[in-house]
Write a protein that binds this ligand. Structure first.
Ligand SMILES: [Zn+2]
Ligand SMILES: [Zn+2]
Length: 82
């Protein structure tokens, strides 16, 4: 970071951006997180849900059906938590 350069800071996670556009684009992530707080436990999936039941149903119907596991753990255990 050079002195005198304008930086735009995300007010949620405090990440810095050198362009307002980039910051606003990033800021959308937090908006979607607030509206859809329940994330699919599979990072590579990236789907988010506003209701936990929808998240669990997605996890079961999509990932469990494929026989996927999360970090080597049986997926059923993950789904049952919470
Ligand atoms: Zn942020
Ligand atoms: Zn998923």
């Amino acid at each position: 970071m050079k002195d005198g350069k304008r930086h735009y800071r995300c007010d949620v996670c405090h990440k810095l951006f050198d362009r307002a556009f980039n910051m606003k684009t990033h800021r959308v992530i937090h908006e979607s997180y607030r509206e859809h707080p329940f994330a699919c436990p599979f990072d590579e999936c990236g789907k988010r849900f506003s209701r936990k039941a929808d998240c669990n149903r997605h996890t079961k119907s999509v990932h469990l059906r494929k026989g996927q596991t999360l970090n080597g753990r049986p997926l059923a255990v993950v789904v049952d938590v919470g």
